[in-house]
Design a protein around this ligand. Structure first.
Ligand code: F6P
Length: 539
């Protein structure tokens, strides 16, 4: 079947089933068994989605009509799937087991990957053994990762999520993440840091990002003021660079031996698996980092080889395609019921919206359908007291992802165990009320403002527990979901041209900030604001 036909068939089905409500679907015998799927320690529960077996079959045909099988082969084999930048997107090669050779342009890139991991391990061990010393001979006990976007969000999210997996020797090391361009995060942090014991990790794939370089320069000045030692010595003892452009980092002043590399075939938002994950490896040790990679690798294998009818990334992607393109739902809430996953929503906002926030297809033609929805999120229980009102009674259809661990806290206190049970009860309750509305509890006599319409679809991702391996698998699941959706929409998920114009414009505007106004230089609003900035700063 061709794509147009498969698409039209889904449109017809959506029209035919327009009045289907989750209330009815959730009464069907075997509903949970039919629409929940497992891989290793992750259960994907789609039973609260507006799916029927007919819809699922038609979605699977749609995937076939888009040649998803060929695209998956291309992704994993290193074909230039990022065609606008003429390169492959090989983040999956970062998670190959050590013995697994992978040939790209006549070179075994897995041996490069393993060498980079070994170089990273040397630095991690030096830090853990307190052998890395600052300018005064004191051991380093504080890391500050300076980066933005993919050079910040992934490592920060994972470090926070896996804090309790720290080996004892890592506990003496504090890690901070700095990204804000205005220097406000950095300046308030520096007030509490000891320059003799602080190591800055300048993380930037391109090593040209203005935000990161500005923060790195401020950090360098702070050290210079604190020590009066020669700059090259300070940079050698207190700065590590992580980049795909080592020449630029060297030019900036970083010592060659303090550079960790990765490659231009790793997209920024897919880079936490590379040496960009250095802060993760310091936090959870190399063993933990390798477990994270292994979890992702096992999800890669599942994605590549499992039948699509049981394939978690494919099923999740297609379900959302159904919501976005056939149910007209254009808002997506990410709701982890676990404080450790506090930064997951921000991480997924970049992963999904920077990847699939596109409106031209691979041939440069306007797409004729909606693509990535607006994503946002928050720790679920916190969001219950903030924006769930809109989910339950607003006028906007929203699809939700609930993410929760089945078990927590091992042998810890009864009060923490009971907090986990409380959290699970809230997660299940919210998913149920969103789906069933008033029918979740008999609300027949309720007033209009107590009416819950329900029928808001949600996915529940249940991890047996949160661990390096399950988190690795969860992130890889989302990465592959994004890829499958890009195939259905026929867009390139691996470039991000949309962010470039703003950067160029900022460079053009910079010399005008704080200068006497020159009317007509820009549009009326920008001219007006430049004049206002000048006036306020003159006062
Ligand atoms: O401007 C967007 C972007 O290029 C992201 O794709 C990337 O993750 C981020 O900036 C940071 O880039 P870099 O790692 O090159 O500093």
């Amino acid at each position: 079947m061709d794509k147009q036909k498969a698409w039209r068939r889904l449109e017809d089905t959506a029209q035919k089933d327009a009045n289907l409500h989750l209330k009815g679907l959730l009464m069907q015998p075997g509903r949970f068994e039919q629409f929940s799927f497992r891989h290793d320690e992750i259960l994907l529960d789609l039973s609260r989605q507006r799916l029927t077996s007919e819809v699922l079959d038609q979605l699977l045909s749609l995937a076939g009509s888009c040649h998803l099988d060929r695209w998956i082969d291309d992704l994993f084999s290193g074909a230039p799937v990022n065609q606008t930048e003429r390169r492959p997107a090989l983040h999956t090669a970062l998670r190959y087991p050590p013995q697994h050779a992978f040939n790209l342009d006549g070179r075994d890139i897995n041996s490069d990957v393993q060498s980079a991991l070994s170089a990273m391990e040397v630095l991690v061990n030096q830090l853990h053994k307190q052998q890395w010393r600052g300018f005064s001979g004191e051991p380093i006990d504080t890391l500050v990762n300076i980066g933005v976007g993919g050079s910040d969000l992934g490592p920060m999210m994972v470090c926070h999520a896996l804090e309790e997996f720290q080996p004892p020797r890592a506990r003496a090391i504090q890690t901070h993440f700095i990204s804000s361009m205005d220097g406000s995060q950095l300046s308030s942090l520096l007030q509490h840091l000891d320059p003799e014991r602080t190591l800055f990790i300048v993380s930037s794939k391109s090593f040209t990002t203005a935000d990161t370089l500005a923060n790195a320069a401020t950090a360098r000045d702070w050290l210079k003021q604190a020590s009066h030692m020669p700059e090259d010595l300070l940079l050698k003892r207190h700065f590590v660079g992580i980049t795909a452009c080592p020449d630029k980092a060297f030019e900036w002043g970083l010592a060659k031996e303090n550079l960790l590399h990765f490659w231009d075939w790793v997209g920024g938002r897919y880079s936490l698996w590379s040496t960009i994950g250095f802060s993760i490896a310091v936090r959870i040790g190399m063993k933990g980092f390798r477990a994270l990679l292994d979890g992702a690798w096992r999800m890669d294998e599942h994605f590549r080889h499992a039948d699509w009818s049981q394939n978690l990334p494919v099923l999740l992607a297609l379900t959302e395609i159904w919501n976005i393109n056939f149910q007209h739902i254009h808002a997506h809430a990410i709701l982890p019921y676990d404080g450790r996953l506090a930064h997951l929503p921000a991480y997924l906002e970049q992963l999904e919206m920077e990847s699939n926030g596109k409106s031209v297809d691979r041939c440069g033609q306007p797409v004729s359908h909606r693509t990535c929805p607006v994503l946002w999120g928050e720790i679920g229980p916190n969001a219950q007291h903030a924006f769930y009102q809109l989910l339950h009674q607003g006028s906007e259809p929203v699809m939700c992802d609930f993410i929760v661990a089945a078990s927590r806290y091992g042998k810890s206190s009864e009060s923490l165990q009971s907090q986990h049970r409380l959290t699970l009860a809230n997660c299940l309750a919210q998913a149920r009320v969103l789906a069933l509305g008033d029918d979740a509890i008999d609300q027949s006599s309720a007033s209009p403002w107590q009416h819950y319409a329900g029928n808001q679809p949600s996915t529940l991702l249940l991890l047996d527990q949160l661990s390096p391996a399950t988190l690795g698998a969860l992130i890889a699941l989302y990465e592959h979901k994004v890829f499958v959706q890009s195939v259905i929409w026929d867009i390139n998920p691996f470039d991000q041209w949309g962010v470039e114009l703003g950067k160029q414009m900022a460079n053009t505007l910079l010399p005008h900030i704080g200068q006497a106004p020159s009317p007509g230089a820009f549009d009326k609003a920008t001219d007006g604001l430049l004049a206002e900035l000048y006036r306020v700063n003159q006062e």
